[in-house]
Design a protein around this ligand. Structure first.
Ligand SMILES: Cc1ncc(COP(=O)(O)O)c(C=O)c1O
Length: 390
């Protein structure tokens, strides 16, 4: 436990709760969760699973029916064929990523993480004995890892490269050509595995999606593709993720799961089958709503001197560079960093954002626009009013 630090996001949450206890309503722009309801046909499939008596243990890695649905999803959406033995379902993508690291990392093994990264990767890596190696990306390059930067981060201890596209917290979406260029770097290093975290796959604003294995089918012995229904179907609470990759790795993850949590919920498995096989007719409406919200946030950023953001192509976050604001308007207020600014915004704008420090990018704030549109608009107005000096 001494390897992991306290979460910087927890500090913000504590302040939100303290304010709420005093009757002050804070808008939470920190939650990585869609406000939409789980689609009705998926909910119904969960209810039907209960009614059919699917309320018992299943195979640790998921039922055959679920694996069939996952297999078809990969074929239909990504053009990749997997055998059932190469597929595992778990309690969210999170558990699968954790178990993949636990199964493969020896003490001191390194994992390359393009920064800014999802908050959980570094601590998962540390907990399983590994060493996270954060590799910086810049807003100017659309927050995308560059091949030469990747090359220079590789050492004899490198075990994994993590690629998350669409990415949290930046919303960056890699093109097929960009993925190919990165994977080419790994050609000289056959022992390095690739973890493709595709959890935000369908949440894109008009740009195509590619996943590493689709671009480089010859790398199937070293790519683990992780996905799930949490973000694609607003099912965060159902806890259902899945992964597909080399059989030896999937088998190891299965063993870890069998001795810890066993199968993901049988009811969630039933619901996930409907989510994966039925066409996502709701998605167009969701993306329209999300795109409108993205515009509200980008407009807010444009109106505040000293704030800059790259317009995200996917997911539901805007990652805002606040360094100029800190050096200008922040100084007389005594606000020196992103953590201080996030704390200050809770009081001055009743808005909770997550400091970039949590994602390995100090001087930034992450705003999640997965909340109701009018509330988002009103909260953005309060942030503008607070941040622009009178
Ligand atoms: C990049 C990324 N990967 C994985 C997850 C975890 O997803 P799940 O709810 O399926 O565990 C999240 C959730 O926030 C995420 O942002």
């Amino acid at each position: 436990m001494s390897r992991v630090g306290a979460s910087p996001t927890a500090a913000v949450s504590d302040r939100v709760r303290a304010a709420a206890a005093q009757g002050i309503a804070i808008t939470n722009l920190g939650e990585g969760e869609l406000d939409f309801a789980t689609p009705a046909h998926v909910v119904m499939a969960g209810k039907c699973a209960i009614d059919r008596g699917e309320t018992k243990y299943t195979a640790v890695s998921g039922t055959v029916s679920l694996k069939e649905a996952i297999r078809k999803k990969f074929e239909r959406d990504n053009g990749i064929s997997f055998r059932n033995a190469e597929i595992i379902a778990g309690n969210g993508a999170k558990q699968l990523i954790f178990n993949a690291f636990l199964a493969t990392l020896d003490d001191g093994d390194e994992v390359i993480l393009p920064a800014p990264y999802w908050v959980s990767y570094p601590d998962m890596i540390r907990l399983t004995g590994g060493r996270p190696v954060a590799v910086g990306t810049t807003m100017a390059s659309g927050w995308k890892l560059q091949p030469e930067t990747l090359r220079s981060a590789i050492t004899p201890r490198t075990r994994w490269l993590v690629l998350n596209s669409p990415g949290n917290p930046t919303g960056a979406v890699y093109t097929a050509a960009e993925l190919r260029a990165l994977l080419e770097v790994l050609d000289g290093f056959p022992d390095i595995l690739v973890l493709a975290d595709d959890i935000y796959e369908p949440l894109r604003y008009g740009v195509p999606f590619s996943t590493p294995l689709q671009v480089r089918p010859d790398m199937r012995e070293r790519v683990l593709t992780v996905n799930g229904v949490s973000k694609s179907h607003a099912m965060t609470g159902w806890r259902l993720g899945y992964a597909a990759g080399p059989e030896w790795l999937v088998r190891a993850m299965d063993i870890l799961q069998s001795q810890s949590t066993s199968n993901p919920s049988s009811i969630s498995q039933g619901a996930a089958i409907a989510a994966l096989v039925e066409p996502p007719v709701f998605l167009e409406g969701w993306l329209e709503t999300l795109a409108a919200r993205r515009a509200i946030v980008m407009d807010m950023v444009a109106r505040i001197p000293g704030l800059r953001a790259w317009r995200p192509e996917g997911a539901f976050y805007v990652f805002i560079d606040v360094r100029e604001w800190l050096a200008g308007s922040g100084q007389p207020l005594g606000i020196v960093d992103d953590v201080g600014m996030a704390a200050w915004l809770i009081g001055s704008a009743r808005a909770a954002l997550v400091p970039g420090t949590a994602f390995g990018a100090p001087g930034h704030l992450r705003l999640a626009f997965a909340i109701e549109t009018d509330t988002l608009r009103a909260t953005c107005e309060r942030i503008v009013a607070a941040c622009i000096p009178v």
